[in-house]
Structure formats: structure tokens, C-alpha cells
Design a protein around this ligand. Structure first.
Ligand code: HEC
Ligand code: HEC
Ligand code: HEC
Length: 343
């Protein structure tokens, strides 16, 4: 009896529940579809006269504004919203089509809602299959690597065509997009794919393919991702568990395998490889390495002598010795070489 009543009373709730559910569906579905269509409509009505959203990449000299087929992958959403609501300065100092002699023009401005709708539309529809998610991991990107990227930026002519800020001032050639704020603008996966071959995005547009190694690409992309970012959080290996768990006794054989050949069995700078070298390998036995800062020792060992302004004959061991090995080696150096007694 009790059970039957219970069932009956539940079943009377059912239609009510369904009705609520339907009401919600009816309410949610059109709003969602409307927002989505709004994004699509805005793009068709207000943007497609100047931007391309479909088809293949093309020379800028056939375009009125940058191609946006990959817009769902290219930008950080916050930057895109600021751009679309008119809160970002123009990127092309001489105008996108400098060949037409048009200076940078004010861009179409959308409402906050309109911008959100367009950003949604981009994210859902304008993806680029060439862009792989998490293809580059910058969680272990160090300040030293960013410095290498900055050097590449100048040595590989990037500065010839793109402006950056140095000490608050704009420097560089103004012919393409400025990169003042690239760390707040690009989605890093897009930037990586672009860096691998810019011609896949803007062919015949004056762009340039640099002869960079895989590591060089990592340095330049990582460096660009720091630009404009306040207090970028660099990886500091000497603050990791590798250093907390470092063990000098595990470092002993590593010193023998890799360092003795130049620095000598007792660290006197007289290994068999030393005779032909100028400057000579450091005499660790005479140095108080226990007083050297860990970050300095890390950098000279991981990135080599040249990274700290010393001889390039002191190799960079970062690709050879694994992270725990480097920490163990540094522990070994610090307990073994404490300077000459009495010195
Ligand atoms: C009259 C032509 C024109 C119209 C219309 C137009 N744009 Fe643009 N857009 C440009 C030009 C030119 C640039 C490059 C401006 C610069 O940075 O100096 C640009 C830049 C952009 C960028 C940044 C591109 C990049 O990666 O450098 C985005 C995103 C963008 N427009 C989206 C839109 C959207 C969305 C609409 C419609 C709401 C729109 N644009 C309408 C001409 C136009
Ligand atoms: C000879 C001039 C030139 C040089 C040198 C050059 N670029 Fe470019 N870059 C371009 C052009 C042209 C484009 C396409 C966009 C445009 O139409 O201006 C471009 C596009 C880019 C973009 C994408 C811009 C955007 O938001 O769509 C990035 C990022 C970039 N270059 C980085 C670099 C880096 C890093 C280097 C150095 C390795 C470099 N460029 C060297 C001319 C150059
Ligand atoms: C091919 C020879 C060579 C090998 C192998 C080598 N080094 Fe060196 N190292 C040098 C030279 C040369 C210098 C001196 C650089 C200078 O004074 O400009 C040096 C300097 C140093 C310094 C002192 C830097 C300073 O600020 O004075 C340290 C620390 C060091 N090496 C550690 C190591 C460790 C650890 C290894 C093994 C993983 C190693 N080196 C392997 C050649 C070598």
C-alpha cells in the first residue's frame, strides 16, 4: 500500500518535471543558437568585406586585412575581445597595405556582446588543422633561453621588419606587425606553427623563413611569448625537486665521465684536453665553488661557457646530462671544491 502510494505520488511529479525541463530547453536553445548566429551574421555583414574566413592563404597584396581562416587558433581570447572592442592599438605602423600608401586606419568596433559572439564563432569554426595543441611546452622555459631568443630576434633580422620595445622605446623596422605585446596576443601553438613556416600563412608578402634549429624555434617562440607580459614566470631549475634531492655521490661518476677530460682528475684544470686550450679549463680545485650561486653554476654547465661570457670551449651540457644529473653534479662540485685551504 505504502509503496503504491509512493509510486503514484512520484508519477504525479513527472509531468511537472518534464514541463520544467522543456521550458528550460526552450529557453536555453534559442538563446544559444541566437548568440551563435549573431556571431556568424556579424562576421558576414561587417567583416567579410575586408577579411577572408574560408579558403586558402594568400599574399597580403591581394587582401584588405589579415586572413582569419585560423582566427580560432591564433589569438588569446582576452586580446581578441580588446581588439574587437577598440581597446588595442593598430599593429601595422605603416598600414596593413603599405603598398597602397594608406596609413593605419581605425578598425571596426563591436559592442562587448558582439565581440564575445564573434570570439565564440571563431573558436568553434575557424580552426586550423595544422596547429597542434600543446606542441610546445614552455613550463620549463628559462630566462637564459629567453635571452637566446632575444639574440636570435636581432641576429636573424626579425628586428629588420618587426618592432619591439626596448627600455620603453620602439625599435625595429615598421613594415610588418609590431610584436610589443605578442605574449598577450598569440596562442603559443599557433605561433609555433607559424614560426615553422610563415609562408604557409602569408606567401609572397615580403615574409621571411629563418634558418633556425628546433631549439632556435623554441627560443624565439618562447621569447615572443614573454613580450608585454608583466612578471613572466620563468622556470628556475635550481628551485626544483632535482636540486632538493641532489646527491653529491651520484655526481662523482658524472664528473669523471664528462669533466675530467678537460678539468683534470683532481679538478686542477690539467686534464688531457687542457693542453691545447686557451683560456685553460678552470682549476676547480682553486675555486670556492661552494660559494658560487647555484643559478650561475647551473647556467655555465647547462648552457655552456659562452652563455656567461666565458670560453665556448666549455661545452653546454643541457642536452647530454639529464636534469637530475646536473643537480647531482653541482652538489658534487660544491662539496668537493671549497677553494684552497688558507686562501
Ligand atoms: C575596412 C576593412 C575591415 C573591416 C570591415 C574589418 N577589418 Fe579587421 N582588420 C582590417 C585591417 C586593415 C586590419 C589590420 C589593422 C592593423 O593592425 O593595423 C585588421 C585586423 C583585424 C584583426 C587582427 C588581425 C591580425 O592577426 O593582425 C582581427 C582579429 C580583425 N581585424 C577582425 C575583424 C572582425 C571580426 C571584423 C568584423 C566585425 C573586422 N575585422 C572588420 C580591416 C578590416
Ligand atoms: C623581410 C621582412 C621580415 C623579416 C626579416 C621577418 N618577418 Fe615576420 N613577417 C613579415 C611579413 C611580411 C609577415 C606577414 C604579415 C604581414 O603581412 O606583414 C610577417 C609575419 C610575422 C608574424 C605574424 C604576424 C601576425 O600577427 O600575423 C610573426 C609572429 C613574425 N612575422 C615573426 C617574425 C620573426 C620571429 C622573425 C625573425 C626570425 C621575422 N618575423 C622576420 C616580414 C618579416
Ligand atoms: C672540452 C673541455 C671542457 C670540458 C669537457 C668541460 N669543461 Fe668546464 N671549462 C672549460 C674551459 C675552457 C673553461 C674556462 C672558460 C673560461 O675561463 O673562459 C671551463 C670552465 C668551467 C667552469 C668555471 C666557470 C667560471 O665561471 O669560471 C665550471 C664551473 C666548469 N667549467 C664546469 C664543468 C663541468 C661540471 C664539466 C663537466 C660536465 C665541464 N666543465 C667540462 C672546458 C671544459
Amino acid at each position: 500500500m505504502e509503496i503504491a502510494k509512493e509510486i503514484r505520488s512520484r508519477s504525479t511529479h513527472m509531468p511537472l518535471l518534464l514541463a520544467v525541463l522543456f521550458a528550460q530547453l526552450n529557453f536555453v536553445a534559442p538563446v544559444f543558437a541566437e548568440a551563435y548566429e549573431l556571431g556568424e551574421r556579424l562576421v558576414q555583414d561587417q567583416c567579410s568585406t575586408c577579411h577572408k574566413f574560408q579558403g586558402t592563404h594568400e599574399s597580403k597584396f591581394n587582401l584588405k586585412g589579415p586572413d582569419l581562416m585560423w582566427a580560432g587558433d591564433k589569438y588569446q581570447r582576452d586580446w581578441l575581445l580588446r581588439w574587437l572592442t577598440g581597446k588595442e592599438p593598430n599593429l601595422y605602423p605603416k598600414g596593413y597595405r603599405w603598398d597602397k600608401g594608406t596609413r593605419a586606419q581605425p578598425h571596426v568596433v563591436l559592442s562587448k556582446d558582439g565581440a564575445e559572439n564573434v570570439a565564440d564563432y571563431f573558436e568553434k569554426n575557424l580552426n586550423d588543422a595544422r596547429v597542434k595543441k600543446n606542441a610546445i611546452d614552455l613550463s620549463d622555459f628559462s630566462e637564459m633561453e629567453s635571452g637566446f631568443g632575444a639574440k636570435i630576434f636581432k641576429e636573424f633580422s626579425c628586428l629588420g621588419c618587426h618592432q619591439i620595445k626596448e627600455d620603453g622605446k620602439s625599435i625595429g623596422g615598421p613594415i610588418s606587425a609590431d610584436l610589443f605585446d605578442s605574449g598577450n596576443r598569440y596562442n603559443v601553438d599557433w605561433l609555433l606553427r607559424f614560426a615553422l613556416n610563415p609562408q604557409d600563412f602569408t606567401p609572397h608578402s615580403g615574409e621571411y623563413l629563418a634558418d633556425l634549429s628546433e631549439l632556435g624555434v623554441r627560443y624565439i617562440v618562447g621569447y615572443l611569448m614573454t613580450l608585454g607580459v608583466e612578471d613572466y614566470k620563468f622556470y628556475e631549475p635550481w628551485k626544483t625537486d632535482h636540486f632538493k634531492n641532489a646527491d653529491a655521490s651520484r655526481g662523482t661518476p658524472i664528473y669523471k665521465e664528462y669533466c675530467v677530460q678537460c678539468h683534470g682528475a683532481k679538478g686542477e684544470g690539467d686534464g688531457p684536453g687542457a693542453s691545447g686550450l686557451q683560456p685553460k679549463p678552470a682549476a676547480h680545485a682553486k675555486m670556492a665553488l661552494n660559494e658560487f650561486p647555484e643559478d650561475y653554476l647551473y647556467n655555465v654547465i647547462y648552457y655552456g661557457g659562452k652563455s656567461v661570457g666565458k670560453s665556448p670551449s666549455m661545452p653546454d651540457w643541457g642536452l647530454t646530462i639529464p636534469p637530475q644529473g646536473i643537480a647531482d653534479l653541482i652538489a658534487y662540485l660544491r662539496v668537493t671544491f671549497k677553494g684552497e685551504p688558507g686562501a
